[in-house]
Write a protein that binds this ligand. Structure first.
Ligand code: 4AD
Length: 501
């Protein structure tokens, strides 16, 4: 038996092959059936002509339920209209497990239902495309660091000290000793960087963040590089090359998935170096400027115009449906489009409602505050390439960030905002490398210096300028795929209010 994955069919035209997979859907049409099979690598149209297979098998396949597992054997034929440009002319099939009443059908399901059925939903086209892109992103991340002289250091998940503020720690009872789940591997990486020079860690990260936004998970994956002898411009260049390399890899390896998802490929192609570099103070000035006021008003007008266009299209489709007499394929097409329009309208309503609130928050922005999600969205909407925001106020940022020695009110840090309104995907900084300065910051935060003794030690024995950053995988995947909520960008999401399975 010549078993092949669907992705290899194009190089097997004229050959007889066997595919192992699951029934995606079936369109019987008289004496022919068009069965769509998925095998994990892709989708293939399998043509079953009544004259070419056993009568009983023909009938059995006709009534086979969605997601039944089966193997099909047949001849690979060129067919430009089929996914992958080929189809299989079936001569035989073997059914392994008949599925009846598969709960996830092509009709619309609510997000709650889909997450409750995530174990099955992962087989659907959208999660599959996102999962493939996530895989590429992770591979590109590892490749970038491995190819650029970094050593992987696995930092612990049970940790003794807080990196990112005590309010988002998950405490665990570690044989009677209170420990917490890693919020970051950074502090450990700083010690490893003094051994290997350039290091990175990559693993699950936990934040007891009381936040239900589309950008927050309680368990997410973060990659963190840390480099000895680096300054802020060097860090920005590293982050720029890194993000650029990820986008290029996805564009190269996952174009068809991006197309299926309706991702904005043209915008991804526009991502070029150098990225925009702004200081926090410049961002504060932009937010409170007339330019932003006008920009927000234009945005609102654009949302309202888009809403009108969609409402008109919806009314036209509804009228055509009410009139009746439409072919089945047209009815199905209309049903799909109506679903899309309704969900786009819901999103537009939210944008229209939020716009004045966000405009007000921006206009009232006070120097000294951390940037809020809506502020980041505005700045990133104003740019078509990623934006670095550097030099935040010291009081708004973590204790380990090095204060700017020319202006003690700010730190040598940066966030990277993805373009087109997505917002932050990276946070990083140069680290405080002076013992006394760091001790003072630890005390000021109200932390116990004894718990940070080993971390302080690094500033006693051969301290050097060093820094690094963390990139959130799910946020990066959401940005690249255009997925609205990061819960769709991990197989089994963990959120503040719900853990489904
Ligand atoms: O800005 P953050 O908190 O930075 C750190 O943890 C540093 N210690 C990293 C470092 O310098 N080594 O988080 C970094 C990134 C964010 O930009 C975001 O992409 C992601 O991690 N992130 C989250 N992703 C999903 N859900 C959450 N609750 C997240 N919190 C942070």
């Amino acid at each position: 038996m010549n078993t092949k994955p669907i992705t290899e069919l194009a190089s097997n035209i004229g050959q007889e092959v066997t595919l192992n997979g699951w029934l995606y859907n079936n369109r019987p049409s008289g004496k022919v059936q068009f069965l769509m099979l998925r095998d994990g690598s892709g989708l293939c149209q399998c043509v079953i002509e009544q004259t070419k297979v056993d009568d009983m098998l023909f009938e059995q396949l006709k009534h086979l339920g969605q997601e039944s597992s089966l193997s099909v054997t047949g001849l690979v034929r060129e067919e430009p209209r089929s996914p992958g440009g080929v189809e299989l002319v079936v001569s035989d099939a073997h059914i392994h497990c008949e599925a009846t009443d598969y709960p996830i059908t092509p009709k619309e399901h609510g997000i709650d239902f889909l997450l409750k059925n995530r174990h099955l939903h992962l087989r659907s086209l959208r999660p599959w495309c996102i999962g493939r892109i996530r895989h590429t992103v992770i591979d590109a991340i590892r490749r970038f660091f491995n190819d650029n002289g970094f050593t992987l250091v696995d930092t612990p998940i049970f940790t003794t000290i807080a990196g990112e503020g005590e309010q988002t720690l998950f405490e665990v009872d570690y044989f009677g000793q209170p420990l917490h789940l890693a919020q970051t591997g950074q502090l450990y990486l700083e010690s490893a960087a003094m051994s290997f020079g350039k290091v990175y860690c990559f693993g699950p990260t936990f934040r007891a963040e009381k936040s239900k936004t589309r950008r927050h998970l309680t368990e997410f994956w973060m990659v963190e590089p840390e480099v000895a002898y680096i300054d802020l411009p060097g860090l920005l260049n590293l982050a720029e090359d890194f993000v650029f390399s990820i986008v290029q890899r996805v564009l190269k390896d996952n174009r068809s998935e991006l197309e299926t998802l309706g991702a904005d490929i043209a915008s991804l192609e526009q991502i070029q170096k150098p990225f925009v570099r702004l200081t926090y103070t410049e961002v504060a000035d932009i937010l409170t400027s007339e330019r932003t006021k006008t920009f927000m008003a234009e945005q609102l007008a654009q949302f309202q115009a888009e809403k009108q266009v969609l409402e008109t299209e919806l009314a036209e489709i509804e009228a055509a449906e009410a009139k009746g007499g439409l072919k089945k394929w047209k009815q199905e097409k209309n049903a799909r489009r109506m679903l899309e329009i309704r969900s786009e309208l819901v999103e537009l309503e939210v944008k229209i409602e939020n716009n004045p609130k966000h405009a007000r928050l921006a206009a009232d922005f006070q120097w000294g505050k951390d940037l809020g999600g809506s502020d980041e969205t505005i700045i990133s909407l104003m740019h078509d390439r990623p934006v670095f925001v550097t030099h935040y106020p010291k009081a708004a940022k973590a204790f380990y960030m090095k204060s700017d020695r020319t202006n003690d009110t700010v730190v040598e840090n940066f966030d990277l905002l993805a373009p087109a309104g997505f917002g932050e995907i990276i946070g990083g900084s140069v680290r405080e490398d002076d013992y006394e300065h760091l001790l003072a910051r630890i005390r000021k935060e109200g932390y116990n210096p004894d718990s940070y003794q080993w971390y302080l030690d690094l500033r006693k024995y051969g301290s050097v300028p060093h820094g690094g950053f963390g990139l959130g995988v799910e946020r990066t995947v959401a940005w690249i795929t255009g997925e609205k909520h990061i819960r769709q960008c991990i197989a089994y999401p963990r959120m503040m209010d719900k853990v489904y399975l």
